[in-house]
Ligand binder design. Structure first.
Ligand code: 2P0
Length: 329
């Protein structure tokens, strides 16, 4: 009753921001992402009678309260499997958590795969993405390889709101995302609370929703045709529209710090001087710079000379979640 899984974070090119059903985690809009090979979580789950309660340890720290209701997610899996035993869950990440690098996506994806395996459940990929989605929305995209789409779906039970690969990593192996780390401070507003507040109070939320399907079409076309300009322009615009909805909620949510703006302007200046690159930003201050392999070295080197940048992590299109025998305990 022990299993270990590895999952990568993913970075959205068209963002998920807002739920139409918070219990099942059904989104208001579909989204598209790249599963990243550089940002990894490994999680071991063991169900055993000697555990009197579920215990979660992330990077050597025991978690007592978490925004994602991980214990509720474990209860859901236990019920599905018809188990009574509690679980010990130990996770390790190779990047700072809770700083806007999608750690919860890789974490919930690895946890769901490890917990289903440890509990004896055997789910197909689509079912696994649906179950993972109920733990954390964006995590369903981390189950699958390469470029992923999380379909909004229409059904009330969520059975058509799943993630799937739209292009494997081999389709566009020279697509890169340079994730900058500008601060290692924990963000003030979690994305779960942030998106709920946006849906409730942003006067422009409807307008955001009315443009997302067009962005999904463009980004998918750009990926299919390996059209870097189309993907970059669409992703950058989509990110700015999402942040515009957050900034116009009550109270406003501003994830950006001065360093965020520095990297935004730097990216635009590089582009104007002839190097194709675009930025995207999630629920945090870190900027992710999209580029192609041919420009990676020079852009990454330049970024690391900026005072605003503590360090960078380079991501290529990566694998979906997998099981491994390398247990943490
Ligand atoms: C995304 N984000 O598409 C967007 C962009 C943040 C900004 O998905 O409540 O951690 O667990 O479903 O998935 C962050 O939200 O939220 C997120 P829950 P989640 O990547």
């Amino acid at each position: 009753m022990k299993a270990t899984a590895i999952a990568n974070a993913n970075i959205a090119l068209v963002k998920y921001w807002g739920k139409r059903n918070a219990d099942l985690i059904l989104p208001h809009n579909g989204s598209v992402s790249m599963t990243c090979d550089g940002l990894q979580t490994r999680t071991t789950v063991e169900f055993a009678p000697e555990y009197s309660q579920d215990v979660l340890v992330i990077n050597d720290e025991e978690m007592r309260k978490d925004e994602k209701d991980i214990m509720g997610h474990m209860e859901r899996i236990r019920k599905m499997a018809g188990l009574k035993e509690h679980a010990k869950m130990v996770s390790e990440t190779n990047f700072p958590i809770a700083a806007g690098l999608a750690s919860s996506a890789s974490g919930l994806a690895a946890l769901t795969l490890a917990a289903t395996k440890a509990s004896g459940l055997s789910l197909g990929e689509r079912e696994l993405t649906i179950l993972t989605r109920m733990g954390s929305g964006s995590a369903c995209r981390s189950i699958v390889e390469g470029f992923a789409e999380w379909r909004r779906g229409e059904k009330e039970d969520g059975s058509d709101s799943y993630a799937e690969t739209i292009a494997p990593k081999s389709h566009w192996p020279d697509f890169r995302i340079i994730a900058t780390i500008l601060t290692e401070k924990k963000k003030a507003v979690g994305s779960r609370a942030g998106m709920a507040q946006t849906v409730k109070t942003c006067p422009y939320y409807k307008e955001w929703l009315s443009t997302v399907n067009e962005d999904i079409r463009s980004v998918k076309k750009g990926i299919q045709e390996r059209d870097f300009t189309l993907v970059g322009e669409t992703a950058e615009f989509n990110c700015l529209k999402m942040h515009a909805t957050m900034m116009t909620t009550k109270p406003p949510i501003v994830y950006w710090i001065p360093e965020t703006l520095d990297v935004i302007h730097w990216t635009r200046a590089m582009r104007e001087s002839g190097t194709p690159c675009y930025f995207t930003i999630d629920g945090g201050p870190q900027v992710k710079v999209m580029c192609l392999e041919k420009d990676l070295k020079s852009l990454d080197k330049e970024l690391n000379t900026l005072d605003s940048v503590l360090k960078t992590v380079v991501c290529r299109p990566g694998d979906g979640a997998v099981l491994t025998d390398r247990h943490i305990f």
